[in-house]
Design a protein around this ligand. Structure first.
Ligand SMILES: [Zn+2]
Length: 285
């Protein structure tokens, strides 16, 4: 599925860990009798979610997109979200692909919610510091501002320990909406989930992979009305997702999912109702 992208980048799919969120929160107004078939819940109504980061390596730049939930969490927090991962997930996972934390040159974050940015910093001897000492951290400016002045609805998702150290250590690079980040890599801004979230578009020749982050968190969200209850503005998500998925179908973009526990990526086409998957890359084959 990634043939042209692989001509330029070595692609490493980094499953940083698993966690769970409330199924109703993830599916918004969709009734449980429908979503429980595709995303079955546990006794606490929580559904399985992955935190699937992407590491791109062209021999010079080693670019990590997203950082998982990190390892600074309390026991209580780990229990609430049923976090399953190693004690230092990014270090361990990168090691298994032959990389050290020091090797990473760029960390791109789509937004600063804790399940995406938690791994950006670590606490060592009670001191917070960036997890990747040699990396620039590329963050959407509008989302940085939102994280510092959060809306009461998603305030609990912005934990300052995950991002303030990046500025203190002078590793922060703020980018504008839709700005080019590196050659062939740019952001795609959207606002329905939280202000200034950037999807990441990676293009090689006429193939593009989009890191869909929380605009399309699960394969189930390819159905247009399936919109997270967590989103600050559901109608804006609906508009943004409709435009995005139509373009993805027309241009045969590869859609890469951060949160889907089974499906890594898909290509879609328009169907009578919404969209139909025409090619699918699954976890373990
Ligand atoms: Zn998320």
């Amino acid at each position: 599925m990634f043939d042209l992208i692989k001509k330029k980048w070595k692609i490493n799919i980094i499953e940083s860990g698993k966690f769970k969120l409330d199924g109703g929160g993830m599916m918004g107004s969709v009734p449980k009798v429908m979503w429980n078939k595709t995303n079955p819940s546990d006794d606490y109504n929580r559904i399985n979610l992955s935190m699937r980061c992407l590491l791109l390596d062209n021999g010079k730049d080693k670019i990590l997109i997203e950082t998982g939930i990190g390892n600074k969490n309390t026991k209580k927090f780990e229990q609430i979200f049923c976090i399953e991962q190693s004690s230092f997930p990014l270090k361990d996972k990168l090691k298994s692909f032959g990389y050290d934390l020091e090797d990473i040159t760029h960390v791109i974050l789509t937004h600063l919610h804790f399940d995406h940015a938690g791994g950006a910093t670590v606490k060592i001897n009670d001191k917070l510091k960036p997890t990747f000492p040699n990396a620039k951290y590329i963050i959407p400016e509008k989302n940085w501002t939102a994280a510092l002045n959060p809306n009461p609805k998603d305030r609990a998702s912005y934990l300052v320990e995950n991002f303030i150290p990046l500025e203190k250590f002078d590793q922060l690079v703020l980018v504008k909406d839709n700005e080019k980040i590196l050659d062939g890599i740019s952001g795609m801004a959207c606002y329905g989930h939280t202000p200034g979230q950037q999807l990441i578009k990676i293009t090689v020749e006429n193939e593009s992979l989009i890191f869909c982050s929380d605009l399309v968190p699960l394969k189930s969200h390819l159905q247009l009305p399936w919109i997270m209850g967590y989103d600050l503005n559901a109608m804006q998500t609906l508009e943004e997702k409709t435009k995005f998925l139509n373009e993805a179908a027309d241009k045969k973009w590869i859609l890469f999912f951060y949160h889907d526990p089974k499906t890594i990526a898909v290509k879609i086409k328009k169907s009578e109702k919404y969209f139909e998957v025409i090619d699918e890359c699954l976890v373990n084959g």
